[in-house]
Design a protein around this ligand. Structure first.
Ligand SMILES: [Zn+2]
Ligand SMILES: [Zn+2]
Length: 323
């Protein structure tokens, strides 16, 4: 019997929870202050049954709690737990990436840091030297918790349907992070595993699915294919700028995974920031005051660049602050 194992990794464990497009859309609404079922429904465009299923999963996984806010008739709201709020930096990095790479202006978000009172851009920075993290200046090595695990690939359908008529702030970002295979392939490439056969061994993804996902990531502009041997033809995959930029989102997700799904031995991967030589403890800081930003310190303003698409964003969502 062929035994297929992959490197155990916090990214993989975290993706088990958040590697799903509807889940990411719900988290986005929640991180921007949404609480109630109808609000999630309106903002995500998800069908009732699907929304209800995913909210249930989020509660079960410990990212949200369900709270009664009206006795009769009974009505519930969904609030982020501390664990859910821990995804805030990942969310900010996804927003940043989307803003940079979105194909057309749809809707955007303006962030204000209450601590300094300024509108800001979230910047991924090293917790030690505070410099912005350049993905090419981070070294990965095996940590004490590195092991091999048997991946359980559920036969989930790809959820890549167009979300153009929803008011999501992160169409592309949700597609990438919402595809666990795609994100796992990106992890391999970030850690220097570039060749088809090596990626297959690293991820234990079936050959046909791997080919399909590599083609998808190539079309998406994340990676490019390069032939390194002509007879027989062999290919390797290199990051394009768009793929390099996505690194910060996966990095923050890994940090979250390290915190909540940690192996008793310690983290599976250790990162070193070459600029300062210290272990990389990534943070998201405010571009204006350079302080780390937290969920509670940021207010939002949704900017509608295309009124036709964003028309169902009611006034209530303008200038909404997370509470
Ligand atoms: Zn540093
Ligand atoms: Zn600030």
């Amino acid at each position: 019997m062929e035994k297929k194992l992959i490197r155990s990794c916090s990214i993989w464990r975290a993706l088990e929870v958040v590697g799903d497009v509807p889940i990411l859309l719900i988290l986005e609404v929640s991180l921007l202050g949404g609480k109630r079922f109808d609000e999630f429904r309106r903002r995500t465009g998800l069908f009732k049954a699907l929304l209800s299923d995913r909210l249930g999963r989020l509660v079960k996984a410990g990212l949200m709690e369900k709270r009664l806010y009206c006795e009769s008739p009974p009505r519930y709201e969904y609030l982020m737990t501390e664990m859910g709020q821990g995804l805030y930096w990942t969310g900010l990095m996804l927003l940043r990436w989307e803003k940079k790479w979105q194909v057309e202006d749809k809707i955007g978000v303006e962030l204000t840091h209450r601590n300094c009172g300024k509108t800001f851009d979230p910047v991924p920075a090293c917790g030690h030297c505070s410099e912005e993290i350049d993905p090419t200046r981070v070294t990965w090595s095996e940590g004490p918790g590195l092991g091999w695990m048997k991946p359980l690939y559920s036969r989930r359908r790809k959820s890549r349907e167009s979300m153009s008529n929803t008011t999501s702030l992160m169409d592309q970002a949700a597609q990438i992070m919402g595809d666990r295979w795609g994100s796992l392939i990106m992890r391999s490439i970030y850690t220097g595993v570039n060749r088809f056969d090596d990626i297959r061994a690293d991820t234990a993804i079936a050959t046909n699915i791997l080919s399909e996902r590599l083609a998808w990531l190539t079309d998406f502009g994340m990676i490019r294919q390069r032939q390194y041997n002509s007879n027989p033809p062999r290919y390797e995959y290199r990051l394009r700028r768009k793929g390099v930029d996505y690194y910060h989102a996966l990095l923050m997700l890994m940090q979250w995974g390290d915190k909540y799904f940690v192996a008793p031995e310690g983290p599976p991967l250790l990162l070193t920031h070459e600029e300062c030589g210290h272990d990389l403890n990534p943070q998201v800081i405010c571009s204006e005051c350079r302080e780390p930003v937290s969920f509670r310190d940021v207010s939002y303003r949704i900017i509608d660049c295309n009124p036709e698409l964003g028309s169902d964003l009611g006034n209530d969502s303008i200038s909404r602050a997370a509470s």
